[in-house]
Design a binder for this molecule. Structure first.
Ligand code: SF4
Ligand code: SF4
Length: 63
């Protein structure tokens, strides 16, 4: 149960400060989500906050 950032990320950084569990950090080229820390925003927001703020629709459920 986690979200994942795909290769269309433009590394804008908008999602990182929005995450209530500090699961997002800057990787080598794109931002990455620590899937052990992501709770899909349950208990914090009605829907995944990172998805809402991402301008490139780069964040989706991890398969
Ligand atoms: S879904 Fe919520 S908890 Fe998971 S990475 Fe995005 S902002 Fe953080
Ligand atoms: S908001 Fe979207 S484009 Fe910006 S760093 Fe996060 S995943 Fe990448």
């Amino acid at each position: 149960m986690a979200m994942r950032i795909n290769e269309t990320c433009i590394a804008c950084g908008a999602c990182e400060p929005e995450c209530p569990t500090n699961a997002i950090s800057e990787g080598d080229e794109i931002f990455v989500i620590d899937e052990s820390a992501c709770v899909e925003c349950q208990g914090h927001f009605d829907s995944p906050r990172c998805v809402e703020v991402c301008p490139t629709d780069s964040i989706h459920k991890a398969e």
